[in-house]
Write a protein that binds this ligand. Structure first.
Ligand SMILES: Nc1nc2c(ncn2[C@@H]2O[C@H](COP(=O)(O)OP(=O)(O)OP(=O)(O)O)[C@@H](O)[C@H]2O)c(=O)[nH]1
Ligand SMILES: [Mg+2]
Length: 128
Protein backbone atom coordinates (compact mmCIF):
# COMPACT_ATOMS: atom_id res chain seq x y z
CA UNK A 1 0.00 0.00 0.00
CA UNK A 2 2.82 2.41 0.94
CA UNK A 3 4.39 1.73 -2.45
CA UNK A 4 1.26 2.98 -4.20
CA UNK A 5 0.96 6.07 -1.99
CA UNK A 6 4.54 7.11 -2.78
CA UNK A 7 3.91 7.02 -6.52
CA UNK A 8 2.93 10.13 -8.40
CA UNK A 9 0.15 10.45 -10.93
CA UNK A 10 -1.17 13.23 -13.09
CA UNK A 11 -2.81 14.37 -16.28
CA UNK A 12 -0.87 15.87 -19.20
CA UNK A 13 -3.01 17.38 -21.95
CA UNK A 14 -1.60 17.69 -25.48
CA UNK A 15 -2.82 20.72 -27.42
CA UNK A 16 -1.90 22.49 -30.64
CA UNK A 17 -3.26 23.63 -33.97
CA UNK A 18 -4.62 21.08 -36.40
CA UNK A 19 -2.02 18.75 -37.94
CA UNK A 20 0.73 19.85 -35.54
CA UNK A 21 1.59 16.23 -34.63
CA UNK A 22 -0.30 15.84 -31.33
CA UNK A 23 -1.56 12.30 -31.98
CA UNK A 24 1.84 11.24 -33.31
CA UNK A 25 3.39 12.47 -30.05
CA UNK A 26 0.79 10.66 -27.93
CA UNK A 27 1.44 7.41 -29.80
CA UNK A 28 5.21 7.84 -29.30
CA UNK A 29 4.80 8.61 -25.59
CA UNK A 30 2.64 5.60 -24.79
CA UNK A 31 4.33 3.32 -27.33
CA UNK A 32 1.19 2.18 -29.21
CA UNK A 33 -0.89 3.40 -32.12
CA UNK A 34 -3.70 4.64 -29.95
CA UNK A 35 -4.71 7.77 -31.85
CA UNK A 36 -5.09 8.11 -35.61
CA UNK A 37 -2.35 10.30 -37.10
CA UNK A 38 -2.92 11.53 -40.66
CA UNK A 39 -2.16 14.65 -42.77
CA UNK A 40 -5.93 15.39 -42.79
CA UNK A 41 -6.80 18.32 -40.46
CA UNK A 42 -9.24 17.66 -37.60
CA UNK A 43 -8.54 13.93 -37.61
CA UNK A 44 -8.91 13.72 -33.84
CA UNK A 45 -12.54 14.38 -32.99
CA UNK A 46 -12.72 13.01 -29.48
CA UNK A 47 -10.51 13.56 -26.50
CA UNK A 48 -8.30 10.45 -26.32
CA UNK A 49 -6.52 9.21 -23.21
CA UNK A 50 -3.26 7.27 -23.27
CA UNK A 51 -1.78 5.91 -20.06
CA UNK A 52 1.94 5.68 -19.33
CA UNK A 53 3.05 3.66 -16.29
CA UNK A 54 6.44 3.08 -14.74
CA UNK A 55 8.03 2.65 -11.30
CA UNK A 56 7.66 6.35 -10.52
CA UNK A 57 3.93 6.47 -11.20
CA UNK A 58 1.38 7.13 -13.89
CA UNK A 59 0.79 9.85 -16.51
CA UNK A 60 -2.54 10.04 -18.28
CA UNK A 61 -1.88 11.81 -21.59
CA UNK A 62 -4.90 13.51 -23.11
CA UNK A 63 -4.88 14.05 -26.89
CA UNK A 64 -7.24 16.79 -28.08
CA UNK A 65 -8.70 17.82 -31.45
CA UNK A 66 -6.69 20.38 -33.44
CA UNK A 67 -7.35 24.03 -32.66
CA UNK A 68 -8.81 25.97 -35.60
CA UNK A 69 -9.87 29.62 -35.71
CA UNK A 70 -11.96 29.56 -38.88
CA UNK A 71 -15.21 27.58 -38.79
CA UNK A 72 -14.55 24.74 -41.22
CA UNK A 73 -17.74 22.86 -40.41
CA UNK A 74 -20.50 22.74 -37.74
CA UNK A 75 -18.12 20.43 -35.87
CA UNK A 76 -15.45 23.11 -35.34
CA UNK A 77 -17.07 25.01 -32.38
CA UNK A 78 -17.82 21.69 -30.66
CA UNK A 79 -14.20 20.59 -30.99
CA UNK A 80 -13.00 23.99 -29.71
CA UNK A 81 -15.21 23.57 -26.65
CA UNK A 82 -13.71 20.11 -26.02
CA UNK A 83 -10.21 21.61 -26.16
CA UNK A 84 -11.09 24.35 -23.65
CA UNK A 85 -12.72 21.89 -21.24
CA UNK A 86 -9.74 19.54 -21.38
CA UNK A 87 -7.36 22.28 -20.14
CA UNK A 88 -8.82 22.46 -16.64
CA UNK A 89 -7.69 20.38 -13.69
CA UNK A 90 -4.58 18.98 -15.39
CA UNK A 91 -1.01 19.03 -14.08
CA UNK A 92 0.79 19.65 -17.37
CA UNK A 93 -0.06 21.23 -20.72
CA UNK A 94 2.06 20.06 -23.67
CA UNK A 95 1.71 22.60 -26.45
CA UNK A 96 2.81 21.06 -29.77
CA UNK A 97 4.00 23.48 -32.47
CA UNK A 98 4.83 22.68 -36.09
CA UNK A 99 7.72 25.07 -36.65
CA UNK A 100 7.60 24.58 -40.43
CA UNK A 101 4.37 26.61 -40.53
CA UNK A 102 4.17 30.36 -39.96
CA UNK A 103 2.62 31.58 -36.71
CA UNK A 104 -1.07 32.12 -37.40
CA UNK A 105 -4.18 33.23 -35.52
CA UNK A 106 -4.43 29.68 -34.12
CA UNK A 107 -1.13 30.01 -32.24
CA UNK A 108 -2.08 33.43 -30.87
CA UNK A 109 -5.50 32.28 -29.68
CA UNK A 110 -4.08 29.06 -28.20
CA UNK A 111 -1.43 30.97 -26.31
CA UNK A 112 -4.05 33.28 -24.84
CA UNK A 113 -6.02 30.22 -23.69
CA UNK A 114 -3.12 28.63 -21.83
CA UNK A 115 -0.94 31.50 -20.61
CA UNK A 116 -2.96 32.23 -17.45
CA UNK A 117 -3.55 28.62 -16.40
CA UNK A 118 -1.69 27.40 -13.35
CA UNK A 119 -0.48 24.09 -14.79
CA UNK A 120 3.10 23.53 -15.85
CA UNK A 121 3.57 24.14 -19.59
CA UNK A 122 5.86 22.30 -22.00
CA UNK A 123 6.37 23.62 -25.53
CA UNK A 124 7.17 20.80 -27.98
CA UNK A 125 8.07 21.45 -31.59
CA UNK A 126 7.66 18.70 -34.17
CA UNK A 127 10.78 18.07 -36.22
CA UNK A 128 10.12 18.43 -39.92
N1 LIG B 1 7.95 15.21 -40.60
C1 LIG B 1 7.21 15.08 -39.51
N2 LIG B 1 5.92 14.79 -39.68
C2 LIG B 1 5.19 14.65 -38.55
C3 LIG B 1 5.71 14.82 -37.23
N3 LIG B 1 4.72 14.64 -36.32
C4 LIG B 1 3.61 14.37 -37.06
N4 LIG B 1 3.90 14.35 -38.39
C5 LIG B 1 2.94 14.12 -39.50
O1 LIG B 1 2.02 15.20 -39.52
C6 LIG B 1 0.72 14.74 -39.87
C7 LIG B 1 -0.26 15.15 -38.76
O2 LIG B 1 0.05 14.40 -37.58
P1 LIG B 1 -1.04 14.12 -36.45
O3 LIG B 1 -0.30 13.49 -35.33
O4 LIG B 1 -2.24 13.40 -36.99
O5 LIG B 1 -1.46 15.62 -36.08
P2 LIG B 1 -2.57 16.11 -35.06
O6 LIG B 1 -2.02 17.35 -34.42
O7 LIG B 1 -2.97 15.01 -34.13
O8 LIG B 1 -3.76 16.47 -36.06
P3 LIG B 1 -5.33 16.70 -35.70
O9 LIG B 1 -5.81 15.57 -34.85
O10 LIG B 1 -5.98 16.73 -37.06
O11 LIG B 1 -5.39 18.03 -35.02
C8 LIG B 1 0.82 13.23 -40.07
O12 LIG B 1 0.94 12.99 -41.45
C9 LIG B 1 2.10 12.86 -39.30
O13 LIG B 1 2.73 11.72 -39.85
C10 LIG B 1 7.09 15.14 -37.12
O14 LIG B 1 7.66 15.31 -36.03
N5 LIG B 1 7.79 15.26 -38.29
MG1 LIG C 1 -4.83 14.20 -33.77
Amino acid sequence: MEEIINKKSGFAVIIGRSNAGKSTLLNALVGTKLAIATPKPQTTRHVIHGVFNDDRGQIVFVDTPGFLTEKRSPLTPKLTEKIKQSLHGVEVIIYVVDTSRAIGQEEKRLLSLVRDLASCHILKNTER
